[in-house]
Design a protein around this ligand. Structure first.
Ligand code: SF4
Length: 405
């Protein structure tokens, strides 16, 4: 399989993940067992949970500051393109993420799963047209649950048998050339991975195959723990590691992301991967209007990516779904009060930035990629061909200030 078909189709679709084109809804599968649900979005695993409704989920570990790691037994772990309406398959070893980025779109996923816990086996609604999963085994929530935003960061669901289920259910022929993306709704190298090593076990399973296109998205330098495995996999598959970084400014990053690795650590990881022969690049996401979208800030990221040996830089604008909105807007009001009213007005009507903003951002990224030598890069060329077939980058807009919101 050529990288253009595998990896870069994946990269383009990764942008779509951040653009938030996926939806989720509840439904019932006709003739199926009670508790089956339909997922119309890659944010949610098409997970078949096998535990009985009455059984509490075991707590595997607990941190002093309150984070619990809760075991989630599963029967299916792969999200299909048919279920997500995306051009890739995906797998997420965890639900929730201790990094606690205030803008995180995956909060909606965690909220949804936890609400299913609250509604028990009887809370299904809607009708089925696509891939289904089964939440009949989800136990009820404790009497005093954490608010959803906090539960996302402190109740991490751990799919302990994810690798075994993957080994049992992966049929490479079914992937039909589509990439398999690890970490679309959680960070696969979040702190839990040090303890549970599920992402590594997924990679070990994939070592038994060849000819796949494998993408990883992470903010964590822990990914370099698996450098040996990624190198071995690169001999058998098209492997692509996307290091996620919204800003090179560590102070700004900490205002937006509570516990994520500092930017320098992520760039070091990118350098190690690149030096180790693993195909890797920077994903600048989300690009936050009025906060991380300025020319100078994006230029610093491009420069740092270049120095770290990145093969490409891609990026997309902030999307705020309902759960992310509830978490992010109060942070915005406290940290960036001058932007608060504009955000509140705009995101009351849409999860997305305006089309004009996205177009201006695309022009800015294209110009920066060209300025920093990514335009001639294989990845950038393919990315442009794939993403921008219907519009041309206009260098005359180099100095244009993107119209925010
Ligand atoms: S690292 Fe990714 S999944 Fe985790 S909180 Fe941040 S944006 Fe969400």
């Amino acid at each position: 399989m050529c990288r253009a078909v595998g990896s870069f189709l994946g990269v383009r679709q990764l942008l779509a993940v951040w653009m938030g084109t996926m939806r989720m809804k509840a439904g019932r599968r006709g003739g199926g067992a009670a508790g089956q649900i339909e997922l119309d979005g890659d944010f949610v695993q098409t997970t078949l949970l096998s535990r009985s409704p009455a059984a509490p989920l075991p707590v595997l570990d607990q941190r002093a500051r309150g984070t619990k790691f809760i075991e989630l037994s599963v029967r299916s772990v792969l999200n299909t393109p048919a279920a997500t309406h995306m051009g890739f398959w995906s797998i997420n070893p965890y639900v929730g993420c201790e990094f606690g980025c205030t803008y995180c779109y995956a909060r909606d996923t965690h909220r949804w799963v936890m609400e299913r816990r609250g509604s028990g086996a009887d809370g299904q609604q809607g009708s089925s047209t696509g891939e289904l999963s089964d939440t009949e085994s989800l136990p009820r929530r404790p009497a005093a649950p954490l608010p959803p935003w906090e539960a996302f960061e402190k109740e991490i669901l751990v799919k302990s048998d994810v690798a075994e289920v993957l080994a049992r259910t992966l049929n490479p022929a079914r992937l039909a050339g589509h990439p398999l993306v690890i970490g679309t709704a959680t960070d696969p190298y979040q702190p839990a991975e040090r303890r549970f090593r599920l992402t590594r076990r997924i990679l070990e399973v994939l070592r038994s195959y060849h000819g796949l296109s494998i993408e990883i998205i992470t903010k964590s330098p822990l990914v370099t723990r698996d450098l040996d495995l990624l190198q071995a996999l690169s001999q058998r598959h098209e492997v692509n590691v996307n290091i996620s970084l919204a800003t090179a400014d560590p102070r700004l990053a900490r205002r937006l992301e509570l516990r994520s690795p500092v930017p320098a650590a992520r760039l070091r990881a990118l350098r190690r991967l690149s030096a180790g022969g693993v195909y890797a690049g920077l994903i600048v996401a989300p690009i936050i209007p009025g906060i991380t979208d300025d020319w100078a800030g994006l230029a610093r990221l491009m420069e740092a990516a270049k120095e770290a040996g990145a093969r490409y830089v891609i990026g997309s604008a902030l999307r705020l779904g309902p759960a992310a909105r509830h978490r992010f807007l109060p942070v915005l009001e406290r940290e960036f009060p001058e932007l608060y009213q504009r955000y509140r007005r705009h995101y009351a009507n849409s999860d997305m930035t305006s089309r004009s903003y996205q177009d201006a951002l695309t022009r800015r990224l294209d110009a920066l990629r060209q300025a920093y030598g990514f335009a001639g890069d294989e990845a950038s060329s393919r990315r442009r061909r794939l993403e921008d077939a219907d519009r041309k980058a206009d260098i005359s807009h180099l100095a244009e200030q993107a119209v925010l919101l």
